[in-house]
Design a protein around this ligand. Structure first.
Ligand code: FAD
Length: 487
C-alpha cells in the first residue's frame, strides 16, 4: 500500500501535538507505522500518515481537543490484537492512529480493597504479574495477554477463559477515566458500590470500541491470588455430554474456573501447526474439555484432589471416556498452551471465516452439532468447527474454506455468504453475532441487517450524543460518515 499523504488538517494537528507534547508523541516514520496498519489476522489493511502517542491523560485530552477543532478522525489503538478490525484505520488515510501504549503505568494496587487502577496501555500480562506480587490477581485472561491492553480489553468488553466464574470486563471494571471526543474529561474512576446518577457513562464507554471516546485508565476488581490450581484434560463424546459434565462438576464445587471445549480436528490443527505441542490423552476422542479448578486457601481441599474426586464418577459411568490431571505446573501450562494457540493454528492453516457467537447456554451443544452440520451441507467442501467457552454459551464457530480454494476469491465471494448463513442460524437460536470480540468493521453490516430498528436507532443516537462529528473510530460499530449527525 502506498503511504498515506497528510492532509493540511492532519499536518496542523501533528505539528501542534509535537509542539505541545514533544517529539515522542508523533510517529511519522513509515516503517514504524506499518505494523499497526493491519489487524492481527491480516484481514484488514488501513492507511495512516501518523501515529499519535501521548503518555498521559492530559496529553490525550490535548490531542482530542485539537482533533475536534480541526475535524481530524482518530482511531484509538491498544495492543492491536482485536479480532474484528476495530483498531485498523480506514484505507483512505483520513484518520490518524491514537496509540495508548505509552500510557502504561499501574497507578495503584490496593489489596485491602481488592482494586487496582491501571492506565489504558498497561498490558494484561503485566497487570497479572503486578497483582500477584501483592498477593492478588486480576481474574480475566486470554491468549493475547502478552499484548492486549487494559484500554482495548475494556473497550471491547473482552471475555476470555475465566468468564464462567468472574464475568467479562463489564463486571471487572469498577471505574473508568476517559477523554470524550471534544477533549473534555470524564473522571469515573471512583469505585462506588452504589451510584444512581442516571445513565452509567462508565458502562457506555465499556464495549464502545473507541467510538464514544478514549479510555485512559480503569479501576479494576482484584481477587485473592491462587494458592493452588489443577488443570485437567478430558476426552468425551459430544458437546451435550460436555455441558452435562460441567453441570455435574458445578453441583460438586464452586471452584471450577474454566471449562473450554475443543473438537478433535481443532486439536489436530494445533498439533500440526504449533511446535512443541503434544496430545494430552493417548486415545482418540471426538471432543475434549480443558478444566481448571483453583484454591485461594491452602487449607482447602487441593484442586487436584477435588478434580479427581469429581471426575471419578464421570469416568466410572462413561460420561468421560478418559481424563488426565496435569502432574506439574509445566504440564498444566502445556494444556493451556494448546487452548491458547487455536487462533494461531487457524491462522497458519489457511482461509477460514470466524464467528464469535453466543446462544443461551443450554442451547449451545445442539447449536454446535446441528449448526455445524447445516453449514457443511449448505457449503460443500467447507469444514465447520466450534470451540471455546461452552459454559458461557459462547463458541468460536469457524468455517474453513474448501481445500484448494483461492483465498482472495473465497474471502471476497464465499465467506460473506457463509457468515450470513451462520448468523441467521444464531439469530434463529436467540443468540448474538458478537459474544466477546465486538463489532469493529467486520460486523457493521451484519449488525445493521440483524438488529431491530429500535436497537440501531438507539445506538446511533448514543453515538451522535457523544460524538456528533463522527470523529472517533469512523466506520466501526455504528457507521456514521465523518461530519454527519445521526438522524
Ligand atoms: P486493540 O485491538 O488495539 O483495539 C480493540 C478495540 O478497542 C478497537 O476498536 C480500538 O479502537 C479500541 N480501543 C483500544 N484501546 C482503546 C482505548 N484506550 N480507548 C478506547 N478505545 C480503545 N478476546 C476475547 O474477548 N476473548 C478471548 O478469549 C480472546 N482471545 C484472543 C486470543 C488471541 C490469540 C488474540 C490475538 C486475540 C484474542 N481476543 C480475545 C481478542 C483481543 O485480544 C481482545 O479484543 C482485546 O480486548 C483487544 O485488546 P487490544 O489492546 O489489543 O485492543
Amino acid at each position: 500500500m502506498t503511504p498515506a499523504l497528510m492532509t493540511s488538517a492532519q499536518r496542523r494537528l501533528t505539528d501542534s501535538v509535537r509542539e505541545r507534547l514533544g517529539p515522542k508523541a508523533v510517529v511519522t516514520d513509515e516503517a514504524a507505522i506499518a505494523p499497526w496498519l493491519r489487524d492481527w489476522r491480516g484481514r484488514y489493511h488501513g492507511a495512516a500518515p501518523a501515529i499519535l502517542s501521548p503518555d498521559s491523560r492530559d496529553g490525550v485530552a490535548t490531542i482530542l481537543a485539537l482533533a475536534h477543532d480541526l475535524r481530524v478522525p482518530l482511531v484509538p489503538q491498544g495492543g492491536n490484537t482485536g479480532m474484528v478490525g476495530g483498531a485498523t484505520p480506514p484505507a483512505d488515510g483520513s484518520a490518524l492512529i491514537l496509540s495508548l501504549r505509552r500510557m502504561n503505568r499501574i497507578r495503584s494496587i490496593e489489596p485491602e480493597n481488592g482494586l487496582a487502577v491501571a492506565e489504558a496501555g498497561v498490558i494484561l500480562a503485566d497487570l497479572h504479574a503486578a497483582a500477584v506480587d501483592r498477593g492478588m490477581r486480576f481474574p480475566l485472561t486470554l491468549g493475547a495477554r502478552g499484548s492486549a491492553t487494559i484500554g482495548g480489553l475494556a473497550s471491547t468488553n473482552a471475555g476470555g477463559t475465566q468468564v464462567l466464574r468472574f464475568g467479562t470486563m463489564r463486571s471487572l471494571v469498577a471505574g473508568v477515566e476517559a477523554v470524550l471526543p471534544d477533549g473534555s474529561i470524564h473522571d469515573g474512576l471512583a469505585a462506588l458500590k452504589k451510584d444512581n446518577r442516571g445513565y452509567d457513562l462508565n458502562q457506555l464507554l465499556i464495549g464502545a470500541e473507541g467510538t464514544l471516546g478514549v479510555i485512559t485508565a480503569a479501576t479494576l476488581r482484584l481477587v485473592p491470588a491462587i494458592a493452588a490450581r489443577a488443570v485437567a484434560w478430558a476426552g468425551l463424546a459430544d458437546p451435550v455430554t460436555a455441558l452435562a459434565l460441567l453441570r455435574r462438576l458445578e453441583a460438586g464445587t464452586d471452584r471450577i474456573e474454566s471449562f473450554e471445549i475443543v473438537p478433535d480436528d481443532t486439536l489436530a490443527l494445533v498439533l500440526r501447526h504449533i511446535p512443541g505441542t503434544r496430545p494430552p490423552l493417548a486415545g482418540v476422542h471426538k471432543w475434549h474439555v480443558l478444566i481448571e479448578a483453583v484454591a485461594t486457601d491452602l487449607a482447602a481441599e487441593p484442586p487436584a484432589d477435588l478434580l479427581e474426586r469429581l471426575l471419578a464418577p464421570a469416568l466410572a459411568d462413561s460420561q468421560v471416556a478418559d481424563a488426565v490431571i496435569a502432574a506439574s505446573e509445566a504440564q498444566a501450562d502445556a494444556f493451556w498452551h494448546i487452548r491458547d494457540s487455536i487462533s494461531e493454528a487457524e491462522r497458519a492453516n489457511g482461509p477460514a471465516v470466524q464467528h464469535d457467537i453466543s446462544v443461551p447456554v443450554s442451547g449451545m451443544p445442539r447449536f454446535m452439532i446441528e449448526g455445524g452440520a447445516a453449514c457443511e451441507a449448505r457449503f460443500p467442501g467447507t469444514e465447520a468447527m466450534a470451540f471455546g467457552h461452552l459454559g458461557d454459551g459462547n463458541v468460536h464457530f469457524h468455517v474453513r474454506a474448501p481445500r484448494g480454494a483461492d483465498p482472495a476469491h473465497w474471502y471476497a465471494e464465499e465467506a460473506p455468504v457463509v457468515t450470513r448463513f451462520v448468523n441467521d442460524l444464531v439469530v434463529a437460536a436467540g443468540g448474538s453475532i458478537s459474544a466477546e470480540h465486538g463489532i469493529g468493521q467486520m460486523k457493521v453490516a451484519e449488525l445493521e441487517r440483524l438488529s431491530s430498528p429500535a436497537r440501531m436507532a438507539t445506538l446511533r443516537a448514543i453515538k451522535s450524543a457523544f460524538d456528533p462529528e463522527a470523529l472517533m473510530n469512523p466506520g466501526k460499530l455504528v457507521a456514521l460518515a465523518p461530519g454527519s449527525r445521526a438522524p
